[in-house]
Write a protein that binds this ligand. Structure first.
Ligand code: PEP
Ligand code: MN
Length: 259
């Protein structure tokens, strides 16, 4: 049986499919109001990074602590749980005051000092697979958190590096099926970072659910082309809501439902 991990009032791993949606980066209060307003009845939780692990230091690094105030306002107005990325130990204390789930990004999957600190919490951790990590290394990283005393880990397959540059990464659905057998931790899929192009996020989402994923985390934006990060993969808000509707019959076909 899959372990139940509670993100706010939403149970991940309880048989339902949990959908997390939102922008790559939190950009402004207005942006987050638009996202939350359009998706309150579609998604179970909102995502948005305020600390961003960018490939180059000259790229937008996130709003930083200004983003916490935005999350506080969005939470009190819309009531949706918040998922956001933690990049280092010193961010933990303040982030757990507002986040219902902390994301560990692909690039920090093997930041063992960070994982050990997260093991001391009870806050749910969405642990993304490094794009070059084997399944064994991924599970080893998860164990750093659980062994420390935090059982609330959700694994997230987000694409691994392949030889083809046509897609951003390669979504490893085989890993989803294998992880579901190897561990009782819930497994989510991030099709957005895997494929890197908005037009293919829907088919990969359907495939992920058919393959046994316990949830999806998807990037969307009120004005996708203007996203300050990951613009090419961002869905429009209407497309995000339609995706959730399209996932429903697939979930039902494999004996699941949307939570
Ligand atoms: C993100 O979720 O915006 C992100 C940076 O993801 P990943 O760590 O999987 O690249
Ligand atoms: Mn992103």
């Amino acid at each position: 049986m899959t372990r139940h991990v509670q993100i706010g009032n939403v149970t991940v791993g309880g048989g339902g499919i949990c959908v997390v949606g939102g922008p790559c980066s939190v950009e402004s209060l207005t942006q987050m109001e638009q996202v939350a307003g359009a998706l309150t009845s579609s998604v179970h939780a909102l995502r948005g990074g305020i600390f961003k692990p960018r490939t180059k230091p000259g790229s937008f690094q996130g709003l930083g602590w200004e983003g916490v105030t935005i999350f506080e306002q969005i939470k009190s107005r819309f009531g949706l749980p918040i998922v956001t990325e933690v990049m280092c130990d010193s961010q933990i204390e303040r982030l757990i005051g507002v986040a219902d789930c902390l994301q560990v990004g692909s690039r920090n999957m093997a930041n063992f000092s960070l994982l050990k600190q997260l093991g001391k919490l009870q806050t749910p951790i969405l642990l993304k697979r490094h794009f070059a990590a084997t399944i064994e290394e991924f599970l080893g990283a998860a164990e750093y958190i659980t062994a420390g005393g935090n059982p609330n880990v959700i694994l997230c397959e987000r694409g691994i590096r392949g030889f083809d540059s046509q897609t951003r990464f390669v979504l490893d659905l085989g890993a989803v099926a294998v992880l579901k057998q190897m561990t009782d931790l819930p497994v989510m899929v991030d099709p957005s970072h895997a494929i890197g192009m908005r037009e293919y996020v829907l088919p990969l989402s359907l495939a992920a659910v058919a393959c046994g994923a316990d949830g999806l985390i998807i990037e969307c934006h009120p004005d996708p082309q203007k996203s300050v990060s990951d613009a090419r993969q961002a869905l429009s808000l209407p497309d995000m809501a339609s995706l959730v509707e399209a996932v429903k019959p697939v979930a039902e076909a494999v004996g699941r439902s949307l939570t």
